[in-house]
Design a protein around this ligand. Structure first.
Ligand code: ADP
Ligand code: MG
Length: 564
């Protein structure tokens, strides 16, 4: 049968170079990535068979096999899962579908040192390619469940790969790593060592719900004399079902990395066991970094749905509101049908109850972070604050809880972020409103003439620079009876507080400027509604002000972009 040669997509090639030259110091994780893919493939087959009983696939003994061949220096990771078709192999393995990859490579070029690069890699699903950290050639043979012909993919990671159709491929996928030559000085990286493989599986993949078996090469020191069947290396315990004090932080983190496709530790782990008529268990994680596609439409949600330990779906958007789309984890329900579809989930009363409860749980753990771990909270808010604020608009039920954990940059000298509560508590006598200013950047705000009078008078102003800010301040309107007021909108009567000009003085001033104002009105007629004297400026001669109920320029842009 004919072998075709293809070039890797540019991004894929760049990523492969990184793997081969291995900026990532912990090479052991390649095995975690391959086992993780195998586990996903078994989940998918289990589900496909459930949906379609007629699918010609054997699901009687779904498992993952690891095989060491010391003489040939190969390590094989094999599963009897869903497999891939010829086209799928080309699409999934030869290219990088991840839309954030271009961004990743750009940032990588900017990251000066290896440590920066290492941190960056963790954010992207480089999964399968990590095999090239330890192998100088990788061969993959796969057959899609239900199909007769299989496919062989092979590459040395150097710009091209080959594809070939094969007739005798078993169902599922096997990945053969031709390991790089042994380094006599570094036994730690000997991936033909049974001990080493066992250790890696135990450390990174213990919770995988399918058996990971070691076949072929034997320990030699095996108690049973090595004659017993293949050994299962993992305990397969569902972490979310186990009491929290029995599970180590490390175990949770490994599960997070598996389901979150993130190599970094999560910021927070949240567990919930709901008892009663509708039982479920949830294990949720807040990542330590916002993903790059956080504000892209169709960003995948991070929750997986299980029903009685059986994986049902990824990207389960019904379980949390959109403003918590960055939360990852597992929700395992007792009493749902295994055949439940997305459409049904959207309407299910129990699911809505779960959503409410999970939302409250996440918000209350943010609250605890705020009081108990201020630095963690600061990281959280820096990474996810802009998303959470969407909830102020879309989720009125949780508005108070959201306002309680929201913090904002302040015009105060100390530079500390402030909550609305703190702001109102330190408002001086006589100030009735909460003042804010919106803008595209801190710099734009700092140079805004609107700020002058406030700065001069020492009045604190919240500095809001996220696009969503203009929307939520309108939707929320007030906090504990204090109005939220933009320093750039309407007439702001600062002098009522100051009282530094008498009525006579003001009248006199108005008269002497009447001519100038009239002339300006005429000249600017097409562009402005009104020209008036102001007390809000101290150094700038003039500034543009919106009417109290007008759209601000940024909002106008946003609505225009939305086609309204
Ligand atoms: P990710 O797992 O984050 O999607 P990977 O690079 O690990 O990224 O894998 C890319 C894709 O290749 C997977 O999403 C999957 O569709 C496919 N794939 C990889 N390994 C297997 C496997 N063992 N069986 C079936 N499909 C696989
Ligand atoms: Mg993967």
């Amino acid at each position: 049968m004919s072998t075709e040669t293809f070039e890797f997509q540019v991004e894929a090639r760049q990523l492969l170079q990184l793997m081969i030259h291995s900026v990532y110091s912990n090479k052991d994780v390649f095995l975690r990535e391959l086992v993780s893919n195998a586990s996903d493939a078994l989940d998918k087959l289990r589900l496909a068979k459930l949906r379609d009983d007629t699918l010609d696939a054997d699901v009687s003994d779904l498992h993952i096999e690891l095989e060491i061949d010391r003489d040939a220096r190969t390590l094989t990771v094999r599963d009897n899962g869903i497999g891939m078709s010829y086209d799928e192999v080309g699409r999934l393995i030869g290219t990088i579908a991840n839309s954030g990859t271009a961004q990743f490579l750009k940032e990588l070029k900017e990251a000066q040192d290896a440590a920066g690069a290492e941190g960056l890699i963790g954010q992207f699903g480089v999964g399968f390619y990590s095999g090239f950290m330890v192998a100088d050639e990788v061969t993959l043979v796969t057959r899609r469940a239900g199909e007769r012909q299989g496919t062989r993919w092979s590459s040395r990671g150097e710009g091209t790969y080959t594809l070939e159709r094969v007739d005798d491929a078993p169902q599922g996928t096997s990945v053969v790593l031709h390991l790089k030559p042994a380094d006599p000085d570094n036994q730690l990286h000997d991936y033909t060592s049974v001990w080493k493989i066992k250790e890696i599986v135990k450390r990174y993949s213990d919770f995988i719900t399918w058996p990971v078996r070691l076949v072929g090469e034997k320990d030699g020191k095996d108690d049973e004399g090595g004659a017993a069947g293949p050994e299962t290396l993992n305990s397969m315990k569902a972490l979310w079902a186990r009491p929290r004090d029995e599970v180590s932080e490390d175990e949770y983190h490994e599960l997070y990395k598996h389901i979150g496709h993130d190599w970094r530790e999560p910021l927070e782990t949240i567990q919930l066991h709901a008892e009663g008529t509708f039982e479920y268990q949830a294990l949720l994680f807040v990542p330590s970094h916002a993903p790059h596609d956080l504000f892209r439409q169709n960003m995948r949600h991070g929750l997986q749905l299980y029903v009685k330990r059986v994986f049902i779906m990824d990207d389960c958007e019904a379980l949390l509101p959109a403003y918590l789309r960055f939360v990852k984890g597992v929700v395992d329900a007792q009493d749902l049908s295994l055949n439940v579809s997305r459409e049904i989930l959207q309407q299910d009363r129990h699911i809505r109850m779960m959503q409410r409860r999970l939302t409250k749980k996440v918000l209350s753990s943010v609250k605890s972070m705020m009081t108990g771990a201020p630095e963690k909270y600061a990281t959280f808010w820096r990474e996810f604050g802009a998303v959470l604020k969407e909830g102020l608009v879309t989720d009125p039920d949780n508005r108070d809880a959201l306002l309680a954990v929201a913090s904002f940059a302040s015009s105060r000298e100390d530079g500390e972020a402030v909550t609305l509560k703190q702001y109102t508590e330190r408002m001086p006598e006589g100030q009735d409103d909460i003042y804010y200013i919106t803008g595209e950047s801190r710099e734009a705000i700092d140079n805004s003439p609107h700020m002058e009078a406030f700065r001069e008078r020492g009045i604190e102003v919240l500095l809001l620079t996220d696009p969503v800010d203009e929307v939520w301040v309108d939707a929320v309107g007030e906090f504990e009876g204090k109005r939220l007021r933009s320093v750039a909108k309407g007439e702001i009567d600062l002098d009522a507080r100051e009282d530094d000009k008498s009525e006579d003085e003001q009248k006199q001033q108005a008269e002497s400027y009447a001519g100038l104002l009239g002339w300006m009105r005429e000249r600017l007629d097409a562009d402005v509604k009104e020209v008036r004297l102001s007390t809000r400026l101290t150094r700038s001669p003039a500034c543009l002000v919106a009417d109290a109920d007008d759209l601000t320029p940024a909002l106008e842009n946003m609505y225009r972009a939305m086609g309204q």
